[in-house]
Design a protein around this ligand. Structure first.
Ligand SMILES: [Zn+2]
Length: 313
């Protein structure tokens, strides 16, 4: 990004928002009171529900091994893991393969959803690619660029969005959580009625190459002044080569935005000084319809490539 654009964006963010939660996931941290655990998603506490499992504030599949929460009961943890976080995982799976984000098992395997003999196993940065020729999983574009052509498993866009909102809700400071009653209800339900006052857009930015965000960073910003025509809360997370930013739906404070246009601006990051962004954009995750067999081509750039397509059988 050009320097003056970075400065313009930084000024805009300073004028309009205050950072109210900011986590660099470099060391172990537990959110909330460990002696008095209350689930912020269902409002229940012991003995009605249990808190025996360690709940991740940011999904483990993004390689979060540091930020945990006392605000999430086992029941909600189980439910989110099998619903919205599963959709996020399916959506991000090709990106995890491309960036070797291995998750808790230390290995990750991609299988083509239709031609299952076409697969990639990634372990410790090593790729094992098997293909029967029906699918060109890895394509050499030029000396420094490989493209992987993966197909996503079926996912529902609004559930991917909800998984991002759930991360934001996990890091909301206790003093602000009462503003999100309806948002939490919406997260827990399949109803659509309360959510349609603005679209579910995500700014996704992809920084190709070996220079990455050194750790996961998750931040929540709050609008400085409620008279501003900009959303009350915005959340962003960056990890590996990726950056995601959303408006956190806040039905209490954002009624004023109904049908109004507002600008959705990215937050400058350290990588903006050194890299150009590829494959970025505003993605619409409003749909409740399952997306089947979506192609997800991702280009990877290498200054010096140690991988080659010679590995393909
Ligand atoms: Zn709960």
């Amino acid at each position: 990004m050009e320097l003056d654009k970075i400065q313009d964006l930084s000024t805009w963010w300073n004028d309009n928002y205050t950072l109210i939660a900011d986590y660099d996931l470099t060391e172990k941290k537990y959110l909330g009171d460990s002696q008095n655990k209350i689930c912020r998603f269902c409002g229940r506490k012991e003995p009605e529900v249990h808190f025996r499992k360690i709940a991740h504030a940011i999904p483990e599949s993004l390689e979060n091994i540091n930020l945990f929460t006392n605000y999430e009961c086992d029941e909600c943890n189980h439910k989110f893991g099998n619903t919205i976080e599963d959709h996020l995982n399916k959506y991000l799976f090709p990106n995890r393969i491309a960036s070797c984000i291995l998750g808790k098992r230390g290995t990750i395997t991609y299988k083509h959803p239709i031609f299952g003999d076409n697969r990639i196993d990634v372990t410790n940065g090593h790729w094992d690619v098997k293909t029967d020729g029906k699918v060109e999983l890895v394509q050499q574009i030029d000396e420094h660029t490989l493209q992987i052509n993966l197909t996503r498993q079926t996912y529902i866009p609004v559930n991917v969005y909800k998984a991002l909102v759930k991360m934001a809700i996990s890091i909301v400071p206790e003093s602000e959580i009462s503003n999100f009653d309806n948002t939490i209800k919406w997260l827990q339900s399949d109803e659509r009625a309360i959510e349609d006052y603005f679209g579910k857009f995500v700014i996704m930015r992809f920084f190709p190459g070996l220079e990455r965000f050194p750790y996961i960073k998750a931040s929540l910003f709050k609008r400085k002044d409620d008279s501003l025509i900009t959303p009350a809360y915005q959340f962003f997370i960056c990890f590996s080569n990726y950056y995601f930013q959303i408006v956190v739906p806040c039905f209490k404070k954002d009624k004023q935005l109904d049908r109004k246009r507002f600008s959705f601006r990215a937050i400058p990051t350290p990588l903006d000084f050194s890299q150009s962004i590829k494959g970025s954009g505003l993605l619409d995750f409003s749909s409740h319809e399952p997306i089947k067999n979506e192609e997800a081509p991702i280009q990877m750039h290498f200054e010096t490539s140690e991988m080659s397509i010679g590995e393909i059988e």
